[in-house]
Design a binder for this molecule. Structure first.
Ligand code: PEP
Length: 253
């Protein structure tokens, strides 16, 4: 099994403890068994990078979005080379909130993925179905379109990357996918990627209402190679409890 990865997506929030102290506390726990990543809002990236470096460089810092162009008249946007110069090493691309509220299309997501790779940032590429699609039983059709279109635009050489399966109906709702649902979808994702990018190196992680209460059960599935965590990543104790669940599962599998 690949090394599991745990990613904190703070969205437009900062934990009460502050970015610097969150990273300090998390760095005290992180070890070689499970990779840890923290994705703060843009204004806190620099503080998080400095804190991560001063606590042994064991935590990677990710941005939550990027633009696909290197520079230009794109008010409010940030390029991948700017992120790379800040010391950021990963970027979340295609999160459902970006697709839903900010007009990120499959095509644009593909261009962002290519820009991330060109700047040496590892993409965390999010895919997932809305509730109506899930209810219709059309999850894999939708995810197949998201994967095919993004890889078509970006080119198949995106390795290494993380693909995050995030069912929209599970994000921030308290209603997580069961390990069986997640595992089935992860297998579907792998079979599509095998066809469209046979040599891609990637991990498939799950996101959607992961908490300390459900992390162990989810982590026990071999198909789940980590988590993308929103709400529960805003409290360092909860986030570290999820880390511990992944670490215990990694030892047991
Ligand atoms: C997310 O924002 O990617 C996410 C999974 O959020 P939450 O954990 O709050 O459902």
């Amino acid at each position: 099994m690949a090394r599991p990865i745990l990613i904190a997506n703070w969205k437009m929030n900062v934990p009460a403890i502050g970015a610097k102290h969150f990273v300090r506390d998390a760095a005290g726990v992180v070890n070689a068994a499970v990779e840890m990543v923290v994705a703060p809002p843009f204004p806190f990236l620099s503080e998080a990078v400095t804190a991560a470096e001063s606590h042994g460089g064991k935590i990677a810092i990710a941005a939550q979005n990027c633009h696909d162009k290197a520079s230009g008249a794109f008010t409010g946007e940030v390029s991948t080379s700017m992120l790379q110069q800040l010391g950021v090493s990963m970027v979340i691309i295609g999160h459902s909130e970006r697709r839903q509220f900010f007009g990120d299309t499959d095509e644009w997501i593909g261009r962002k993925l290519a820009a991330a790779r060109a700047a040496g940032l590892m993409p965390v590429f999010c895919v997932g179905e809305d509730e109506a699609t899930y209810e219709r039983g059309a999850t894999m059709e939708l995810i197949e379109r998201q994967l095919r279109e993004a890889f078509r635009v970006a080119g198949s050489d995106l390795s290494p990357l993380v693909i995050a399966y995030e069912p929209v109906w599970a994000i921030g709702t308290g209603k997580n996918a069961t390990p069986e649902i997640a595992a089935r979808t992860h297998r579907g994702i792998r079979s599509i990627v095998k066809e469209i990018a046979p040599s891609a190196e990637y991990r498939v992680i799950y996101g959607g209402s992961v908490t300390p209460a459900n992390a162990r059960e989810l982590a026990s599935s071999e198909e789940i190679e980590g988590f993308l965590v929103g709400g529960a990543s805003l409290e360092v104790t909860k986030f570290l409890a999820i880390y511990e669940a992944l670490q215990d599962a990694a030892v047991a599998i």
